[in-house]
Design a protein. Sequence first.
Length: 152
Amino acid sequence: MALDATDKKLLFLLQSNSKKTTKELSLKLNLSVTAVYERIKKLEREGIIEKYVALINRAKAEKGFVVFCHLKLIQHTVDFIAKFESDVTKIKEVIECYHVSGDYDYILKIVVKDMEAYREFLVTKLTTLQHIGSTHSTFMISEVKSTTVVDI
């Protein structure tokens, strides 16, 4: 689907605050409420808009300790990869997991309360997964930039 300038502006507005009403969006886009509604529905049907979420303050939810865990598997067979990916998606502390190139096979973004909670997570959950060869943990010092807005 080709996006025109209005679609792009609408997507920016929705990514910035998805709670805006179609009336508020229509005023910003100089379109009718119906036109905005139809554009949103089309973007949803086409899969450009996948879902709407609430972003929480991790620190206030006692999940402010962020760890990036680089992980190597012992082998790269289809079965090992499939098993690891299936298992890691079930761990609630892992909020992102990427299969990457380079020295490691995966990078996990993990959120927990503190260092003690991370140690508990490492011992009771991560190290119990099969086929892990090694891990390397990096801890967030401060968040310089975090956005969910994709520039289109």
